[in-house]
Write a protein that binds this ligand. Structure first.
Ligand code: AMP
Length: 426
């Protein structure tokens, strides 16, 4: 947890949660509420709507799950058979993860829940329909799949008590805003609504006006990378990245590595490249079938897979502990994504390393990241065996070499293809 240092001295008993929930938390070894839990839980238990600006890693999931479960288990349903809590999330991974967290926290309660997400075949759709109509209490859904069921008219939502929109900014970015507006039309007007978002752009503010009623506002400051993360940057030309990466993977002792790339095409190419070079690597991106994603994540969690190459799907919301090394194959566009990506390592006060490749065009973007985190990330010399010259911001000819995709116009050493990939292999 990144916020533990700021956690005021308090405990979950003081927040008025039921004994069954306290037992569940105890079971999970969760002892002290984080700041967002401290602020959100009493407000939600008080029946207020809520808008919370908070990142992954602040404990925001439990901040809404705890009062949701408490309300459901403490009061009789308004309408028998109706879904009582609806959590809408941008990705299936997040839906699964929230459902798992719910199952853990609610272990000593009889609460029922299902995750609902797309990419399923007809028989899954039928079993989802069956689950939705059989009295399930909490549904955690991606917008598209939820709407497919809603449009067919059988989803019992008359007695819905709480709507939660998680990672609202992400849902906006992914183009779900109309779906969300449409989903709202299926819900009873009298309900409690909570919205969680990592950022609060004007479009989200606008949406809150339409969805929330006199909300309590909570803002949790962006958590900076934990102190245990050794952050490093390599200033490289694009054509040097693969080579530098191989060297890092060959010389670093890390057993659990995530490599982030901005686009899925890059994830696919890089995964293929690493596999060809004999590395134990697999890709994770939105084109994979659900079963493929699950088996990749399982192998990674069980440490059967050393290297996970992923888009930002994994950096937000996905709960993988014990990652020793994060490599940003490119500079994340949004500085906050850097914090999310780097936050995948050194969780819970352990040590980890985060390496970012910065090409000559991304120096300014990387500067924005350094401004956000409040310090300079140390720049490392290029690993031994990396093809081509090091980038020198003052040396114009070298920049040209980079711009031209590695064609050597700088009058320096000629490079043969034999020199590429010259590092040790595995
Ligand atoms: P989240 O911000 O919801 O993604 O939570 C990040 C991680 O923090 C999850 O692994 C949670 O199980 C864990 N967590 C949530 N609340 C607490 C807490 N009060 N103390 C310690 N860990 C927590």
């Amino acid at each position: 947890m990144s916020d533990t240092t700021e956690t005021p001295v308090s405990d979950f008993h003081a927040l008025g949660l039921s004994n069954d929930l306290l037992d569940g938390l105890d079971h999970m070894n969760i002892r002290k509420p984080t700041p967002i839990q401290q602020q959100a839980i009493p407000a939600v238990l008080d029946g207020r709507d809520l808008i919370a600006c908070a990142q992954t890693g602040t404990g925001k999931t439990a901040a809404f799950l705890l009062p949701l479960i408490d309300v459901i288990t403490s009061y009789r349903p308004k309408e028998e058979g109706s879904i009582r809590g609806l959590v809408v999330v941008p990705t299936r991974e997040l839906a699964l993860q929230i459902d798992q967290q719910l199952q853990a926290i609610a272990y000593f309660t009889p609460i029922t829940s299902i995750p609902l997400y797309g990419g399923s075949d007809g028989s899954t759709f039928d079993s989802q329909k069956q689950a939705l109509t059989s009295g399930v209490e909490v549904v955690i859904a991606t917008p598209g799949k939820l709407l497919s069921h809603l449009n067919l008219g059988y989803v019992p939502l008359k007695g819905l008590e709480m709507l939660i929109l998680d990672e609202a900014d992400r849902m906006m970015d992914m183009g779900f805003v109309d779906d969300i507006r449409r989903i709202i039309t299926f819900l009873p007007k009298e309900r409690q609504s909570l919205m969680f978002s990592a950022t609060m752009p004007p479009a989200i503010r606008e949406l809150t006006k339409q969805i929330l009623h006199d909300p309590v506002e909570i803002t949790i400051a962006l958590s900076k990378p934990a102190e245990g993360v050794d952050q490093q940057a390599y200033v490289v030309f694009d054509m040097q990245k693969a080579n530098a990466l191989e060297h890092i993977l060959n010389t670093n002792e890390a057993t659990s590595i995530v490599i982030f790339a901005g686009r899925k095409i890059e994830v696919k190419n890089l995964t293929r490249h690493l596999q060809k070079k004999g590395f134990n690597a697999a890709g994770m991106h939105s084109d994979l079938e659900q079963s493929e994603r699950e088996s990749v994540m399982l192998a990674f969690r069980n440490r059967k897979l050393r290297i996970l190459v992923a888009t930002d799907v994994v950096s937000r919301g996905i709960d993988i502990d014990d990652i020793d090394l994060v490599v940003n194959y490119d500079v994340p566009h949004d500085p906050e994504d850097y914090v999310h990506r780097v936050g995948r390592t050194a969780r819970a006060a352990r040590k980890g390393t985060a390496i970012t490749f910065v090409n000559e065009k991304q120096m300014r973007e990387f500067g924005r990241i350094e401004a956000l985190i409040g310090y300079e990330v140390k720049k490392m010399p290029l690993p031994e065996g990396t093809n081509g010259p090091a980038y020198d911001p003052k040396a114009r000819p070298a920049r040209e070499a980079g711009r031209n995709g590695g064609r050597n116009r700088n009058g320096g050493r000629p490079r043969s293809s034999g020199q590429r990939g010259g590092g040790p292999r595995r």
